[in-house]
Design a protein around this ligand. Structure first.
Ligand SMILES: [Zn+2]
Length: 283
């Protein structure tokens, strides 16, 4: 019985010593780490105390599972960046060659030679003729308009030097030279002579200002660029082009240029290519 009693006292004493030792260990650990070991996520601090006396330590250390992993190397793109769009090449075609889609003809820039005639005239729906690229583009425009239920009709395309000379001479005799120059181009100064200009009609209005108010005229103004055309003479730019607004006169320049002019919001070829305004003839 006494051994038993002595043994129980001994166990109590060792338990007391053990508890004191644990308390000291915990206190020292807390003093060193600044945290009570049972609340720490630092396994090194936990390891210095008896694991059986502590709250369960996390099996894996440190980073909460909800935190995103920290990349050790920059992410590698899986696709290469899109190749940059090459800048628009404004030198690609001549603005002087009458056979160039970008030729600029106005009252200070006559055709050279003055009696130039395109070599590639072809007929277009409506009975007019145009230079081949313009003819194909006009067919596309007419077809696209028809798909919208609109009838756009080419009414006047290529006009020869001789024809234009007759038209202008007739106007001079009726109106006088100044009024004739305001209404029609002199021979050698007309876009119609290049085969790249065309007058269109529709919506019950042919080659008149009212065309701008028709469904056809509004469609042409908004959509012709898609087929390589621009409305060449716009009312606000009369002092640049030398002509009052002509919503019916379209000029073929090719899709590349018509798209670029639209993107930049430039209305005239003179402004786009940095050429002088041409409000009137020089003589
Ligand atoms: Zn015209």
């Amino acid at each position: 019985m006494s051994r038993h009693g002595t043994g129980a006292r001994g166990r109590r004493r060792w338990l007391l010593v053990g508890a004191l030792a644990l308390a000291v260990t915990l206190a020292v650990t807390a003093a060193v780490t600044g945290r009570w070991p049972g609340t720490s996520t630092d396994t090194a601090a936990v390891g210095s105390a008896d694991p059986a006396q502590l709250a369960p330590a996390p099996a894996t250390p440190t980073v909460p599972s909800s935190a995103p992993p920290v990349p050790t190397t920059p992410p590698v793109p899986t696709t290469p960046p899109a190749s940059p769009v090459p800048p628009f090449d404004a030198q690609r075609f001549s603005v002087d060659d009458p056979a160039s889609p970008w030729v600029v003809v106005n009252k200070t820039r006559p055709l050279s030679p003055l009696d130039y005639a395109p070599a590639d005239l072809v007929p277009v729906a409506g009975g007019v003729t145009l230079a081949a690229p313009a003819a194909a583009a006009m067919d596309q425009l007419v077809t696209a308009a028809a798909a919208q239920g609109l009838t756009v009709t080419p009414l006047s395309g290529y006009r020869s030097y001789d024809y234009q000379q007759g038209v202008h001479a007739s106007a001079v005799s009726r109106l006088g030279r100044a009024a004739a120059d305001a209404a029609s181009a002199r021979a050698g100064y007309s876009e119609h002579q290049t085969g790249l200009g065309v007058d269109v009609g529709g919506g019950g209005c042919d080659i008149e200002q009212c065309f701008a108010g028709t469904a056809e005229g509004m469609w042409v103004a908004a959509e012709c660029w898609r087929y390589g055309w621009i409305v060449r003479y716009t009312a606000p730019e009369q002092q640049v082009t030398g002509y009052k607004g002509e919503p019916w006169h379209l000029r073929y320049v090719g899709v590349e240029l018509s798209t670029e002019m639209r993107a930049r919001g430039v209305a005239t070829l003179e402004q786009f290519f940095g050429l002088p305004a041409a409000p009137d003839y020089l003589d």
